[in-house]
Design a protein around this ligand. Structure first.
Ligand SMILES: Cc1cc2nc3c(=O)[nH]c(=O)nc-3n(C[C@H](O)[C@H](O)[C@H](O)COP(=O)(O)OP(=O)(O)OC[C@H]3O[C@@H](n4cnc5c(N)ncnc54)[C@H](O)[C@@H]3O)c2cc1C
Length: 363
């Protein structure tokens, strides 16, 4: 079998999720390559919301945005930090809308779809199936309810990225709230720990938040979403293939944000492509960022009670635009210095030395 089809280099994409389809949707920018997506459909995801800052490389999401917030806040028991921006609003899109739009574009681009393939057909394989995550690794896990209330109860001008006024008994826990209107919002109970919590835990947290903090008494749950995002750098699902998306290191370990980094990774694949050569896949985080994220997760694992202080201090040290840049891997030395100086010193120094001596594959 040849690895060329009509002079084009054959690329097989394993999995039909965010990364594979986002790349296939742009196959028209990769004329010298012929793409096939392979997915059995056995692991297809339910619909959910992707939230991200609308950075310059994400302007193609504008037409699909359910809402944009030019203000967001981080809240603890004793502090509230509100950021605003003109440049990088926080945006939310529906997963299924993005996926079906990419699907359409991929079909227009003559991308082939198969349920299974014989991998003796020589081609470059870009594997987007989930990586191997060691037992006991840090996860960002959450359950969210999209709710509709009878009355105007949400401030729809401001996204709540983190509200720590919730049960901290299992580890770092916060409520994420995207108010789509005064009556409709997505409320998520989110933890950064290595163990998934019993479903009652998230349910209680969301209902208590709605009741006690938002003051909601008459609402209905429109839909539910849940997920567990592994935080760290992991062995690829198959070491012989190039990984993309979560399997290509695109998830930011310290935050679990991935959508924006997947699009960044795809931009780089396209801009570095050369006819006749394989596609190159880059991890969209620097070595420095990954080291800092590892230290950060060590601190959050051991000293989770510090999380409200760490996040409010970090937000307080940056402007809205700087915060968006920082969370999107666009921080310069000045921003890093501000953040480092805002952190509690002793736990981070201990975390640094632990990172240096610890070869544990778990993050
Ligand atoms: C509910 C939820 C909410 C999220 N919210 C956000 C957010 O707000 N912002 C953000 O930036 N990120 C968010 N993420 C994280 C991230 O953006 C998504 O996980 C994103 O879909 C990752 O893209 P991917 O292509 O790497 O993996 P996926 O989109 O998960 O695609 C993986 C592919 O592999 C296939 N597959 C899965 N398991 C197997 C298996 N065992 N064998 C074979 N094939 C398999 C699947 O069918 C799928 O086609 C969220 C994740 C979830 C689950």
């Amino acid at each position: 079998m040849s690895n060329k089809l009509f002079g084009k280099t054959k690329i097989t994409l394993l999995g039909a999720g965010c990364a594979s389809l986002s790349l296939a949707a742009r196959a028209n920018e990769l004329d010298a390559f012929d793409f096939t997506i392979v997915d059995s459909g056995a692991y297809s995801s339910k619909d959910h919301v992707w939230g991200f800052w609308c950075m310059p490389w994400l302007l193609n999401t504008n037409s699909m945005s359910r809402k944009k917030w030019f203000k967001w806040k981080i809240v603890s028991h004793d502090k509230e930090v509100i950021h605003s921006t003109d440049l990088f609003p926080y945006s939310a899109i529906n997963r299924n809308e993005w996926i079906s739009n990419c699907n359409k574009k991929a079909l227009n681009n003559k991308v082939h779809f198969k349920e299974k393939t014989l991998l003796n057909d020589i081609s470059q394989i870009l594997d987007s199936r989930p990586p191997k995550v060691p037992e006991g690794n840090m996860l960002q896990h959450f359950v969210g309810y999209e709710v509709e209330s009878k009355n105007d109860i949400f401030d729809d001008t401001t996204a709540i990225l983190m509200d720590f006024r919730c049960d901290q008994s299992l580890g770092m826990h916060f409520i994420y709230c995207l108010p789509f209107s005064k009556r409709q919002a997505l409320i998520e109970s989110t933890l950064f720990t290595s163990e998934i919590a019993p479903s009652k835990f998230y349910d209680n947290a969301i209902k208590k938040y709605l009741n006690k903090i938002i003051g909601a008494d008459d609402y209905k749950i429109l839909r539910e979403e849940k997920g567990a995002i592994p935080l760290g750098v992991f062995e690829k699902r198959n070491p012989l293939y190039d990984g993309i998306g979560g399997n290509g290191g695109a998830i930011r370990p310290s935050s679990g944000y991935a959508f924006s980094f997947i699009q960044k990774q795809i931009d780089k694949i396209i801009s570095s492509s050369q006819s006749g050569n394989k596609l190159k896949v880059y991890v969209p985080h620097s070595r420095f960022e990954l080291l800092m994220d590892r230290i950060f997760l060590k601190v959050l694992r051991r000293r989770y009670e510090l999380a409200p202080r760490i996040f409010t201090n970090m937000a307080n040290s940056l402007s809205g635009d700087e915060f968006a840049k920082f969370l999107n891997g666009e921080a310069n030395i000045k921003l890093w210095t501000k953040v480092i100086f805002a952190m509690p010193k002793i736990p981070f120094i201990a975390g640094f030395f632990e990172t240096l001596k610890n070869k544990d594959p778990r993050w």
